[in-house]
Design a protein around this ligand. Structure first.
Ligand SMILES: Cc1cc2nc3c(=O)[nH]c(=O)nc-3n(C[C@H](O)[C@H](O)[C@H](O)COP(=O)(O)O)c2cc1C
Length: 186
């Protein structure tokens, strides 16, 4: 698959077959992530990798966090089931963390941008090998309850969790605006 095809055909997949993503693939995805452009070569990333067999531990941490926060038991059970359905079928998770620089807003912004490029490198490289993924920044996959699971340090930001796996179900389709509606030559 060439780069242009990978860019055009990658979609966010949220349904998987439960097939594990091999360690060698996970390691290479991280290596490819590190080739993302990063200003001043700060290499502002770390990667917490959860193999398929460790996903129940991640689920356990999420469940613990939800129960600890309290609230309506029925609602919690629903949330847990939703997360469980995804993690049960996922092949692995790679979470990208970065050390933030609150004292240097420009550096901080550039580092975040570099991390976003790294995330996309991984998504495209995974897709090129037949692994779908979705980038999660919200909800239960990156919430505060998981910070200790990720071994996040106080100034770390969780840029996103990449939930990976062999896709199942229907291929999601999304539209994009036409370049003619977006560009102007100057
Ligand atoms: C910064 C960022 C955060 C995202 N967070 C989430 C998320 O929390 N949950 C989710 O389901 N998808 C998330 N996505 C995926 C987008 O929803 C998805 O890329 C968008 O719907 C377009 O679909 P496509 O990736 O199939 O083209 C995120 C994407 C980006 C770039």
């Amino acid at each position: 698959m060439d780069v242009r095809t990978a860019i055009r055909t990658r979609r966010s997949h949220k349904q998987f077959t439960g097939v594990p993503v091999p360690d060698a693939v996970l390691t290479e995805l991280v290596e490819l992530a590190t080739w993302a452009p990063n200003h001043r070569l700060t290499e502002p990333w770390r990667f917490a990798v959860v193999r398929h067999e460790r996903l129940p531990h991640m689920l356990h941490a999420i469940e613990h966090g939800l129960r600890h926060a309290g609230g309506d038991e029925q609602k919690i059970a629903l949330q847990i089931n939703k997360v469980k359905a995804v993690l049960h079928e996922a092949g692995a998770v790679i979470t990208l963390l970065r050390h933030t620089s609150p004292a240097d807003p420009l550096l901080d912004r550039e580092d975040y941008a570099a991390c976003a490029c790294a995330m996309q490198n991984m998504q495209l490289a995974a897709w090129e090998q037949g692994f779908g993924s979705f980038w999660s920044t919200g909800g239960h996959f990156v919430g505060p309850a998981l910070r200790s699971f990720w071994r996040a340090e106080p100034h770390d930001e969780v840029v996103g969790a990449l939930i990976l796996g062999v896709p199942s179900g229907e291929l999601p389709s999304h539209r994009r605006k036409s370049p003619q509606d977006l560009l102007y030559f100057v």
